[in-house]
Design a protein around this ligand. Structure first.
Ligand code: SF4
Length: 299
């Protein structure tokens, strides 16, 4: 089973096509080594088919499935489609999703994305993180905003839903406005079905799991990255929502690390979401500080 999955896939069959992350360079991440998978590897189609056979006995009526780990398309287009076909042959699936790096989708090309859609892939979870090119470069994300916009258009043409992940705080205290302005721009341009918001958490080596610390600590110690404050993170959330168009996109803070949780469709619920944030920011400072201190930090 994948060790990491989107919260929205909590009821899905979890099928591991690869292990870990091949890229493994993002400064804010390092999560697979931290959780015990320092080396990337690809599983064989036979191994995965065996997992699917086991799952068919455990959960024969499952209607949704998710492929992991971080970039399962690294198994290769042919193998991915073969496994998708096998899974769909066995289960009455309404939805098949996976994580994907924008750079991997870009390398595959538009024709291959259409092939993935024909193989039954319905939704792709992509880490946008930020829409700002400098911030992405600093964090070694290995993608540009233009690349995300391009692959999003291919996915849309192929009929595959797009779920983008945004990391509040990724610009630090020095570049938070550029981070949010550029991120709103990419979301407005790509019009994804979903935007899922998290806040940056720079975990240490004492997270209780025993792995290595987040690579970003090096930059923090060197003074080249100054972490955003909790209140700044909430301001970022507000600025982002204010900068988004009235899209049909469903926006959600679906991680418990978020300081304020809002959810809704931009075109219908944006005012209410902004009012909720304003209501929080209008509370006495001591109450807000107590709230920040009480919010946990978990992977
Ligand atoms: S953010 Fe994604 S691509 Fe970057 S290192 Fe982590 S898992 Fe890999």
């Amino acid at each position: 089973m994948p060790v990491i999955r989107p919260p929205s896939e909590w009821r899905s069959l979890l099928v591991r096509l690869t292990r870990g992350c091949k890229w493994n360079r993002c400064r804010f991440c390092g999560i697979y080594p931290h959780l015990g998978t320092p080396v990337f590897s690809v599983r064989t189609v036979d191994e995965v088919r065996h997992d699917i056979d086991l799952l068919s006995r455990l959960r024969p009526r499952a209607e949704t499935a998710f492929f992991g780990d971080a970039d399962p398309l690294e198994i290769g287009l042919e193998s991915f489609c073969e496994i998708a076909g096998y899974l769909r042959h066995i289960f009455p699936l309404k939805r098949l999703t996976c994580y994907a790096r924008a750079s991997t989708l870009s390398r595959l090309g538009q024709e291959s994305i259409s092939t993935l859609a024909r193989a039954g892939l319905n939704r792709v979870h992509i880490g946008l993180e930020s829409g700002d090119a400098h911030i992405l470069r600093f964090h070694r994300k290995g993608q540009s905003p233009a690349m995300v916009t391009k692959v999003a258009a291919w996915l849309r043409d192929a009929g595959i839903e797009i779920s983008l992940y945004v990391l509040l705080g990724l610009g630090g205290r020095d570049h938070w406005q550029e981070h949010i302005d550029a991120t709103a721009q990419v979301i407005n341009d790509t019009k994804p079905e979903f935007v899922r918001l998290r806040r940056l958490w720079v975990y240490g080596d004492g997270s209780g799991i025993g792995g290595t610390e987040c690579p970003l600590w090096k930059e923090i110690r060197a003074g080249t990255f100054i972490p955003q404050t909790p209140e700044g993170t909430v301001q970022e959330l507000r600025l982002l929502l204010a900068g988004l168009d009235d899209l049909a996109t469903f926006v959600v803070c679906d991680h418990e690390n978020n300081y304020v949780h809002v959810a809704g469709v931009l075109g219908e619920d944006r005012k209410e979401m902004l009012a909720e944030i304003d209501g929080f920011l209008a509370r006495p400072a001591a109450q807000r500080e107590a709230h920040y201190a009480a919010v946990g930090s978990r992977i």
